[in-house]
Design a protein around this ligand. Sequence first.
Ligand SMILES: N[C@@H](CCC(=O)N[C@@H](CS)C(=O)NCC(=O)O)C(=O)O
Length: 226
Amino acid sequence: MRLHHHPISTTSRAVTFFAADHGLALEHRQVDLFTGEHLQPAYAVLNPSQCVPVLEDGAFCLTESSAILKYLADAHGLDSAYPRDPRARARVNEQMDWLNTFLSRELCYGFVYPQVFPQHRRPDAAVQAATLAWARPQARRWLGVLDEHLIGPHQNHLGGALPSLADYLGIAMLTLGEAVHADYRRWRNLSRWIAAMKARPAFAPTHAAFYAQLVAPGAGATFEAL
Ligand SMILES: N[C@@H](CCC(=O)N[C@@H](CS)C(=O)NCC(=O)O)C(=O)O
């Protein structure tokens, strides 16, 4: 299987971290987002939305990080990450849908991307300020729900004792906040979960480029606090 990805991309990191953590042999093909390789016609054949990641498995081509994670888990029989029991699987699906709508919308697209990516920055300063002002309390609200309900005080992962696919999708979004130096310490369960996911051996190698290219360069910059 071949994965088209970029190492700083939130949606790519979810897949590369999961794959590395489970020893999946993927052929990695880096798509250069900075030169706009994904905007070229050749890439649009793979993904009309011109985004990473894309998974190719022979003639089968799949987009959407959530769908790719589920396909990889099913194809490799990784039931602990994506259980076969209907209710347990529905819970993972529920959490992934929740992350991909509420948290991604407000934390990633609403609060972080407009600050770190020029193409997401609103052209008008007042609109930029209003975008962040609107997203901040929404992101906080969802972080509170994640902290209290999806994780809670008694488990280290969304999946319970072991990480599920939702943990890999979610940690990619949470770590994105580090690009604007988000301080998550007030959410104790969330912080415990982040620490548990970061302690996994595959986290560091799959996130080295993200920290070097997106977090470290902004170290001296002023960002809106979360
Ligand atoms: N819903 C898609 C979103 C994919 C996505 O937004 N990818 C970003 C990187 S994190 C991308 O390729 N962006 C390119 C661009 O915006 O030009 C998924 O989950 O895979």
